[in-house]
Design a binder for this molecule. Structure first.
Ligand code: 5GP
Length: 123
């Protein structure tokens, strides 16, 4: 485990059932649940079951099977949500400049409406 991984982060607590969530789907290595503060009609969080801080940590240190299972779950969700044709957006925030709040790697799967332009740079 990355020495900087905080084992008390909220998603670690969701994984060990200390905190409840609305589960959507899971497989051996990944877990999907609804975001508590949805930013779109569809707003699902997908996380690896093992402890990785961000996408860099995950890509660098997860096994090939973990990485494959993670992205398989993402594609299964895209199919089940019926957004393969209509489209969607995937976001992953990392670190301070990325404004990451929860320090367990996750991606946001957003869809169900037109999501507008990707990003606004304020300064
Ligand atoms: P980040 O800013 O780290 O990319 O996103 C963290 C996300 O986790 C936010 O969209 C926030 O709404 C969501 N979140 C924070 N706490 C909880 C929680 O206890 N349960 C669920 N389901 N989502 C949470």
């Amino acid at each position: 485990m990355n020495k900087n991984y905080d084992q008390n982060n909220i998603f670690a607590k969701i994984l060990n059932s200390e905190i409840s969530c609305t589960k959507i789907d899971e497989n051996d290595n990944a877990f999907a649940f609804l975001d508590i503060n949805p930013q779109s009609h569809i707003h699902i969080l997908i996380i690896p079951k093992k402890p990785y801080i961000n996408i860099y940590d995950f890509n660098k240190n997860a096994s090939a099977k973990e990485i494959l299972d993670f992205w398989k779950l993402v594609n299964n969700l895209i199919e089940k949500q019926n957004i393969t044709e209509k489209g969607f957006r995937i976001i992953t925030n990392s670190g301070k400049d990325g404004n990451q709040d929860v320090m367990h790697f996750h991606i946001h799967l957003l869809g169900g409406k037109n999501l507008g332009r990707m990003i606004t740079l304020n300064s």
